[in-house]
Design a protein around this ligand. Structure first.
Ligand SMILES: N[C@@H](CCC(=O)N[C@@H](CS)C(=O)NCC(=O)O)C(=O)O
Length: 205
């Protein structure tokens, strides 16, 4: 498999999950503005959607969409327990969280990446995001270690990745102590550290 990624972008979640699963994979960096890969290929030819992540399977097919890739990686290595079995209530609840993170939190950050955003629009986007984090904060208030319980899963990798943007985008999440504590716990995982080093986001310890 090959993961096409951009440093620190949402593709970091799939990257983390590939390492957590212990699956063999290659990485290829994509310039999502210039739409070229690090090997000089036209990104739009590889993925006409123009965005990352994209996963090239061993048969050559290219598949996209964060939540789908996370589930796929988890299903390749069930013993890594990154997602419960399909058809179970636990999987239903995890899928519900995954789509919530995708559509409400990940896409909630999107307007903040626009350098031309007005102050009013920025405030509205941040207020909306904080409303979503309020729900996550409440979910974590029973003292669980990770989003779905004691086990690190796909949704932890995804929430970690998008919440990491709050630093560079100056979104103050200090009012969400459980979310911040979760963020720290996930950051400390060896697979997360290794992924961030490989993407050039942090230096090797
Ligand atoms: N629907 C896609 C959205 C992926 C997405 O938003 N990717 C961003 C990086 S986090 C991107 O590559 N943006 C560049 C672009 O859209 O041209 C998914 O969930 O995988």
């Amino acid at each position: 498999m090959k993961l096409y990624y951009a440093p620190g972008a949402c593709s970091l979640a799939t990257h983390i999950l590939l390492r957590e699963a212990g699956l063999p994979f290659d990485l290829e960096k994509v310039d999502i503005r210039g739409k070229t890969t690090e090997h000089g290929e036209d990104w739009m030819t590889i993925n006409p959607k123009g965005y990352v992540p994209a996963l090239r399977l061993d048969d050559g097919d290219v598949v996209t969409e964060n939540v789908v890739l996370h589930g796929y990686v988890a299903d390749q290595k069930p013993e890594a327990k990154l997602a419960p079995a399909h058809g179970t209530k636990a999987r239903l609840k995890q899928d519900e969280l995954a789509v919530f993170i995708s559509t409400e939190i990940h896409k909630g950050y999107s307007p903040l990446f626009n350098p031309a955003i007005t102050d009013d629009a920025r405030k509205a986007a941040i207020d909306r995001l904080k409303g979503r984090y309020t729900l996550v904060e409440k979910l974590l208030s029973d003292g669980r270690t990770y989003l779905t319980g004691d086990q690190f899963t796909t949704v932890d990798a995804y929430l970690f990745t998008v919440t990491n943007w709050s630093n560079s985008l100056k979104v103050d999440l200090s009012g969400f102590p459980n979310v911040m504590a979760l963020q720290k716990r996930i950051a400390a995982r060896p697979a997360v550290q290794a992924s961030m080093v490989a993407e050039g986001l942090i230096k090797a310890a």
